[in-house]
Design a protein around this ligand. Structure first.
Ligand code: ZN
Length: 462
């Protein structure tokens, strides 16, 4: 499989698109590329492979500060730099024109903007329609989560034969968007047993050098309802990092018992927890309280509780939300939101203000739950900017934090925070002038670097 993705990268550069494809990589329009008479030379100058572990990447655009007019931040200053990349890290950040060691190979980013690599912290790589024929979800009106589970019982055996291949296609999509780190939930249920997990692990193994992924064992059909405690423990032994959970009232019908069983698996196997909590209203609020109380009296769980969705937080009056958010922050609870749009708006800025760690993720790219996912974390940043008032230059730059694990090129004061010498060489190149533009316009990404390796797209030989 390794050769297959190498082949696909080469196809990206040298396929039927020819000069067009090459020029797209370098962000040139077709006309300007055609104007570059030495077309063949242009093509040869591009590469989708960097074999060396020590090289220079020249002409990288980095942010250097904010421009201000009276009290407003009106623009972002950038400058071109050379990154010296060695053994997976950014060893040095050199000014443009600095003397370079002659025998170190050089590649050029062609003036593209470097952004911290993106992190998709909630996705289901194991059950997707992506990479297969078009298929829309069945109508959902009037269907409960139990109805959806019944549908899955029929669907899963049909998905399993292609689940590894489709997971790999989805990984390719994420890499193309600059995402190099993900957390994938993986079904643990009586229908697919441990097969979904086995297939996902095979898919990840084939991309081990390109893509990091944590796995959550996800009892989609209910931990108690589908009696998968034993299977969940087998999944722990297979090396997954997180114990998952699901709506303990609506699915398991026994809130405390379900959550306690989930935590017990985590404690017995020394793992963290990442639970899908869609429940709103009193049931959802009670579940969050029960979980936070459990962590408060169980020090081994501190910093190890992740709430995916947690819609109930969007239904609380402000004072109640503040008090709960403070307790969550004190226990290192993380909220992972897909940044929903619609009837419910998650109070993400308030949670952040209170010190709760926030992450985002795709959830469904295209599957039986939703056909709308893009796999693009800049889309999530863009939604944050739209929903929470980030339409000005400064607000747009801040909105990107949820997509990068809180790494931003500039601090609030406008000093460079990323990259710094010694940082992992983990970044994407985008056709944008600055991160504000990248967030607002979801600018195209042309190359993705993971641990110093070019893992998607292309750069020029310099
Ligand atoms: Zn999910």
């Amino acid at each position: 499989m390794h050769t297959e993705h190498r082949h696909s990268r080469r196809a990206f550069l040298c396929g039927t698109g020819g000069l067009m494809t090459a020029s797209a990589v370098m962000g040139m329009g077709a006309a300007s590329a055609a104007g570059a008479a030495a077309g063949a030379a242009e093509e040869l100058a591009l590469t989708g492979e960097i074999a060396e572990t020590h090289y220079y990447l020249t002409e990288v655009r980095l942010e250097s500060g904010f421009e201000r007019e009276s009290e407003y931040i009106t623009a972002t200053r950038t400058a071109l730099h050379t990154l010296e990349i060695r053994d997976g890290s950014i060893q040095a950040i050199l000014e443009e024109g600095a003397a370079l060691t002659p025998d170190v190979p050089r590649y050029s980013a062609g003036g593209k903007l470097a952004l911290p690599a993106f992190r998709d912290m909630h996705i289901h790589l194991d059950k997707t329609f992506y990479g297969g024929p078009w298929q829309a979800p069945l109508p959902r009106q009037g269907k409960t989560i139990m109805d959806m589970i019944a549908r899955e019982e029929i669907l899963l055996p049909k998905l399993l034969p292609t689940s590894q291949r489709r997971a790999e296609a989805l990984i390719e999509l994420l890499l193309s968007q600059g995402t190099t780190m993900a957390r994938s939930h993986c079904n643990i249920d009586p229908v697919s047993g441990l097969k979904s997990l086995e297939h996902l692990q095979l898919a990840l193994e084939n991309h081990r050098d390109r893509f990091d992924c944590e796995i959550v064992a996800f009892p989609q059909h209910g931990l108690l309802h589908s009696k998968v405690d034993g299977l969940m423990r087998e999944a722990m032994a297979m090396g997954v990092q997180f114990v998952g959970g699901l709506d303990p009232t609506n699915v398991d019908g026994a809130m405390e018992q379900s959550l306690d069983a989930m935590f017990q698996i985590a404690l017995d196997h020394d793992k963290a927890v990442d639970i899908h909590l869609h429940e709103t209203g009193p049931a959802g609020v009670a579940a969050i309280h029960h979980m936070v109380e459990t962590v408060e009296r169980t020090p081994q769980l501190k910093g190890r509780l992740n709430l995916s969705h947690a819609f109930a937080l969007g239904t609380l009056p402000e004072a109640e939300l503040d008090a709960l958010a403070e307790r969550m922050a004190a226990q290192g609870v993380t909220v992972i939101s897909t940044v929903p749009i619609g009837a419910l708006t998650m109070p993400l800025p308030r949670l952040r203000e209170k010190g709760v760690t926030l992450m985002t993720g795709t959830d469904s790219v295209i599957d039986h739950w939703s056909p709308f996912g893009t796999g693009d974390m800049l889309e999530k940043a863009n939604l944050c900017a739209q929903l929470y008032g980030g339409r000005d230059e400064f607000g747009l730059t801040r909105a990107m934090a949820i997509a990068t694990g809180d790494l931003l090129p500039l601090t609030d004061a406008g000093e460079r925070a990323w990259p710094k010498p010694g940082d992992a060489a983990e970044f994407a190149l985008a056709e944008a002038n600055c991160s504000a533009e990248a967030v607002a316009r979801r600018s195209a990404r042309t190359a993705t670097f993971h641990k110093g390796r070019l893992v998607y797209g292309g750069v020029a030989r310099a």
